[in-house]
Every structure is written in structure tokens, then in C-alpha cells.
Design a protein around this ligand. Structure first.
Ligand code: ZN
Length: 160
């Protein structure tokens, strides 16, 4: 019997810069720029991590993996996600579903989304239909629309 649902929201943005790999949802996407950050700057994974932590009532990603800690320099965000998922499980939570948005003017995300879903389903022990990743643009508006940044949003539902 399901006793309790808990919902969490996550948001992230990273600046697009030259000489960086573009890694989103654990997938390396060919593009002339990549996201800048202390870790690999995987904007989607970071939004999902914050949504998981929020739902579980835990401190946010910046508190758990501080960017002042050299240990997390160029960290693989997939490893951070695995770490957070094990913390969530330790607290007795399971993930019901995840919905998310990647907001990028370029490059096109569509063909990489099925691969991202496979990556997430494997790590988070979910069925593909319990993971949604949608690709949006910003209609050329604001920093994302001007190709200066990429954003992601995620909501997750946990249950005990
Ligand atoms: Zn981030």
C-alpha cells in the first residue's frame, strides 16, 4: 500500500562556452559549445537531482556537492545522481515518475532524448513510461534564446 507521496521541483541553468563538452541527460551531444560548470554541468541531471532532494526534504545539490570542493571538479553528474538515488532509497523512498524540460535554442535535442531516457531508467530503476523529457526552445528570447545558456526543469514524485 502506498502511504505517502512527496513531490519535488528542480531547476538549473548553465552557461554555454567554447572548449567544453555538451553533456545533457548523461549523453554527449555533438555541438560547437558545451556547458560551463564545476562538474560536467549536466543541466538536466542537476535539475533531476534537485527535484529528488527536494521531494525527500533533503538539502539541495549545491549543499551536498559544493563547488568549492575539488572532489567534485569535472564530476560526472551520473555518479552524483547515483549517489543521490541511493540516499533517497536509504530513506525508504521510491520514485513514482519524473517529468522534465530541456530548454535550449540549439542544438536539437529530439534524437538524443530516447538515449537520455534509457540512461535514467537504468540508474533510477524506472520504466521508460515513468520518465518524460521534453525539449523546448526559448523562441530566441533571453539568454537561452540567444545561445548563451541551456536550462532544465524537473519534477519528481516519490512514494514510501
Ligand atoms: Zn548545474
Amino acid at each position: 500500500m502506498i502511504n505517502r507521496f512527496k513531490i519535488g521541483i528542480g531547476y538549473d541553468i548553465h552557461r554555454l562556452e567554447e572548449n567544453r563538452d555538451l553533456i545533457i541527460g548523461g549523453v554527449k551531444i555533438p555541438y560547437e559549445k558545451g556547458l560551463l560548470g564545476h562538474s560536467d554541468a549536466d543541466v538536466l541531471i542537476h535539475a533531476i537531482i534537485d527535484a529528488l532532494l527536494g521531494a525527500a526534504g533533503m538539502p539541495d545539490i549545491g549543499t551536498i556537492f559544493p563547488d568549492t570542493d575539488e572532489k567534485f571538479k569535472d564530476a560526472n553528474s551520473i555518479e552524483l545522481l547515483k549517489n543521490v538515488y541511493s540516499k533517497i532509497k536509504d530513506k525508504g523512498y521510491k520514485i513514482n515518475n519524473i517529468d522534465s524540460n530541456i530548454i535550449a535554442q540549439a542544438p536539437k535535442m529530439m534524437k538524443y532524448i530516447p538515449i537520455m531516457k534509457d540512461v535514467l531508467a537504468n540508474i533510477l530503476e524506472l520504466e521508460l513510461e515513468d520518465i518524460s523529457i521534453k525539449a523546448k526552445t526559448k523562441e530566441h528570447l533571453d539568454s537561452v534564446g540567444e545561445l548563451k545558456a541551456i536550462e532544465a526543469q524537473a519534477v519528481v514524485m516519490l512514494y514510501q
